[in-house]
Design a protein around this ligand. Sequence first.
Ligand SMILES: C[S@@+](CC[C@H](N)C(=O)[O-])C[C@H]1O[C@@H](n2cnc3c(N)ncnc32)[C@H](O)[C@@H]1O
Length: 272
Amino acid sequence: MNLSTAQFSLIRDILHEKSGILISPDKQYLPEQRLPHLLRERNYQSLTSFLDDLKKCTDLQDDFINHMTTNETSFFRDRPIFNLLKTHLIPQLCAQKEHVRIWSAATATGQEAYSLAMTISELTAGHKNISIWGSDISSRAIEVARTGVYSAFEVRRGTTQEERTHYFTAHGNTYSVKAPYKSMVQFSVENILTDSLPHGTIDLLLCRNVAIYFDRPSQEVLYQRLHNALSESGILIIGGTESIRSGEKYFQRNKWGSLLYYTKKGGDTPSR
Ligand SMILES: C[S@@+](CC[C@H](N)C(=O)[O-])C[C@H]1O[C@@H](n2cnc3c(N)ncnc32)[C@H](O)[C@@H]1O
């Protein structure tokens, strides 16, 4: 598929308005590669009629988001963070709180949320009072997350043989997350920039590798909303290669060896 400048602009604007994701002109190949699948699935014969419907049809826009988001993730992605969570941050939260609420925001297909459940199951005390919520804008990714079923490739990428045996049941070329870990996690479809979020109740928030897709104003909105979602001195973890420049006023930077994590600063900010 080749998009004209006007067609690319329309697609870029709808994606930005609906998700906060901004695709730069050098990434025009992304919609050119991804949209033909959507047109085929929806039986569109022409790009023009697809674009006409995309402007007004929310159901088509949701599917467009499903096709345009990059749901790249893996189990125990950035392993040292899970070690920090296990040895330090989660035990600290458990010592302070009766009930610890964890949110894996923009969880994609759920591997991050299940990795948290698996990590917590290894703690000797207090894990019964921990709830884990995973959310993403992509309804298709959340459908996969809810099944808890992954290909052998997806599971082998992030886990050791011992972890595969312990946490998964193998069926031929797929693995399913075992029931005790699956039951620790709830999933929902949420747009992190616009949907209503918990207020002041999240103790640990992982929002990794999503702000990189947003422009600066959307990053600012994101960090303000994450700040409001966190409980007093709640903890935020971002991606290993991300920085929080536009959110510095909301979060205190903390170091643990070479790892960074953030804690909520001050009081509330007006929410959008
Ligand atoms: C690269 S994945 C990161 C997954 C996981 N956090 C990780 O680090 O492995 C980025 C995810 O952000 C989601 N996303 C993008 N814009 C979003 C928005 N406005 N609200 C919620 N999720 C969004 C995408 O659907 C995608 O699944």
